[in-house]
Write a protein that binds this ligand. Structure first.
Ligand code: PLP
Length: 229
């Protein structure tokens, strides 16, 4: 039988609670982002009616279609690779951009944010495992990128994001999450202006429980809520 969004959400909340119990964390420190890419508006509306307010999308076109049709208290998170020439279109519709992977992209966001007089929250995407196929700064590049981006008046760097490798056994990604957490703590200690390090976006359907145990403050779950794409 096909699992409903309601059942799935309940299961995810239970799993989050167990992971919190195992690691001595408070579930209120963790935001569940429902990744609704490719899914129809009815599915988003259903999740909304069940209390979800944070949605993750990876394509500008899809955000432009969906955002105006959802209630105004919904927050859209841009989690996919963002091209500089699409920043202007998408900016009014997103609350956090998780996928900032270059200083040039940050600079484009700064220009647009200044133009519309808004401070934009961003995360830096880090390719922790060094996968060729993935976007993101290498862990070694993050500090240098921050030293430029922290000067941008209309950008607030709120934290880090990573997409861990696809693995059968989620334990394999534990060292990836530990490494990102360590980087997050190291940067936080430096107390850089305009850099707050309060968000750690890591963990997807296959590995969010491990990510929660290792300090995630945002998890991005698609399949585990809406079913297979
Ligand atoms: C699709 C996607 C997710 C969700 O993936 P699931 O495995 O379906 O939970 C999370 N993060 C990013 C960046 C994605 O593109």
């Amino acid at each position: 039988m096909k699992k409903t969004i309601r059942d799935n959400l309940e299961q995810v909340h239970k799993n989050m609670a167990s992971a919190c119990a195992r690691s001595g964390r408070d579930i209120r420190q963790i935001t569940l982002i429902a990744v609704s890419k490719t899914k129809p508006l009815e599915d988003l509306q259903m999740a909304y009616d069940l209390g979800v307010r944070d949605f993750g999308e990876n394509k500008v076109q899809e955000i432009l279609q969906k955002a105006p049709q959802m209630p105004s208290d919904v927050r859209f998170h841009m989690i996919g690779h963002l091209q500089r020439n699409k920043v202007r279109q998408v900016l009014p519709h997103v609350s956090v951009i998780h996928s900032v992977d270059s200083v040039r992209l940050a600079s484009e966001i700064q220009q647009e944010a200044q133009r519309i007089d808004r401070i934009v929250d961003i995360l830096l995407e880090v390719n922790v495992a060094g996968e060729e196929s993935k976007f993101g700064f290498s862990p070694e590049e993050v500090m240098e990128a921050l030293s430029s981006i922290c000067n941008f008046s209309h950008i607030r760097v709120c934290g880090l994001m990573t997409i861990a490798p696809f693995v059968e056994n989620s334990e394999k990604n534990r060292p990836v999450f530990q490494k990102l957490f360590q980087l997050y703590v190291d940067i936080k200690r430096k107390n850089i202006d305009n850099v707050s390090m309060s968000v750690l976006s890591m963990g997807m359907t296959g590995d969010y429980e491990v990510a929660v145990e290792e300090g995630a403050t945002m998890i991005r779950v698609g399949t585990g809520i809406f079913g297979a794409r």
